[in-house]
Ligand binder design. Structure first.
Ligand code: ATP
Ligand code: MG
Length: 268
């Protein structure tokens, strides 16, 4: 009798030290798309701005958060909140900004998130980590815990700025903290097909990063509105082009991960 292989959890960090490129929107929308497909998804808000928390419907959250968990006060499993869109969330608050200073002299401070995550890894199919717009200790913790990185890039002037610094950081993390880490894909966001600039940026990004997703997320007013309703675009405007793009991205991601597993099996 063949025993079915246990599906490994896919832990993915959404990273770009540039602000406002669509990290949070992508983490939350992709989580909602996968949850609609009966996948068990956990989103970890690792940003003191707490945008993933508020966009998931938790304004002024008062329960235990990622901050208490990283500082060792509460187990991560006690911090889980259920979002309306069907995924689980580890919320954040502005208190999280203090953690970088608090952990300055802590042992293995880059491994904190990985260690706190270990006991609940098997409860999910996907774990998404929404990173702040910096390459500081919080992002280093995300890169140490994750297997892969998705890099959202806004289709605007200077889109590629900072990406070489990001890839150098990923190489360093791979060498010193997490051998497994890889860039799963670069994601073009806020694409406005009417502008020549957006097409030029797409061309440049695809040239520099062959692992850019085929799916492109269009710019849409509805995406900007959804967070103020505490919903993702998937439930706020399910038939919008952006919602459909995030469903396409979820499908593309499934294929990427399956190809990767096949690659690993044949190379082991
Ligand atoms: P930060 O670096 O500050 O965490 P971020 O990279 O997480 O930012 P988001 O918060 O996801 O970026 O997006 C920045 C802004 O752009 C938000 O107001 C969001 O609603 C808006 N936005 C994101 N994607 C789109 C889109 N496809 N169309 C229109 N607006 C969008
Ligand atoms: Mg964000």
């Amino acid at each position: 009798m063949s025993v079915p292989l246990k599906k490994e959890v896919q832990c993915i960090a959404f990273v770009n030290q540039k602000g406002g490129v669509g990290k949070t929107t992508t983490a939350v929308s992709l989580a909602a798309a996968l949850a609609q497909d009966n996948q068990r998804v956990l989103v970890i808000d690792l940003d003191p701005q707490a945008n993933a928390t508020s966009s998931s419907g938790f304004l002024n959250y008062l329960g235990p958060t990622i901050y208490e968990s990283l500082s060792g006060e509460v187990e991560l499993s006690k911090c889980v909140a259920e979002a309306e869109d069907g995924f689980a969330l580890i919320p954040s608050t502005p208190d999280l900004a203090g953690i970088e200073v608090e952990l300055v002299s802590a042992v293995a401070r880059e491994q904190r998130l990985k260690t706190t995550l270990a006991p609940i890894l098997n409860e999910y199919d996907w774990i998404f980590i929404d990173c702040p717009p910096s390459l500081g200790l919080l992002t280093v913790n995300a890169l140490t815990a994750a297997k892969g990185v998705i890099v959202p890039v806004q289709c605007e002037y200077l889109a590629l700025e900072g990406l070489s610094h990001l890839t150098e950081t990923i190489t360093l993390i791979r060498e010193h903290l997490n051998m497994e880490l890889k860039i799963i894909g670069v994601l073009l966001t806020m694409f406005d097909s009417r502008t020549r600039l957006a097409h030029q940026v797409e061309k440049d990004v695809r040239l520099h990063f062959p692992q850019t997703f085929k799916t492109v997320i269009p710019r849409s007013v509805r995406v900007g509105e959804a967070p103020s309703h505490g919903r993702s675009i998937l439930s706020y405007a399910p038939s919008s082009k952006a919602a459909i793009a995030y469903v396409d991205l979820a499908n593309e991601l499934h294929i990427c991960m399956e190809d990767d597993n096949e690659f690993r099996t044949t190379n082991e």
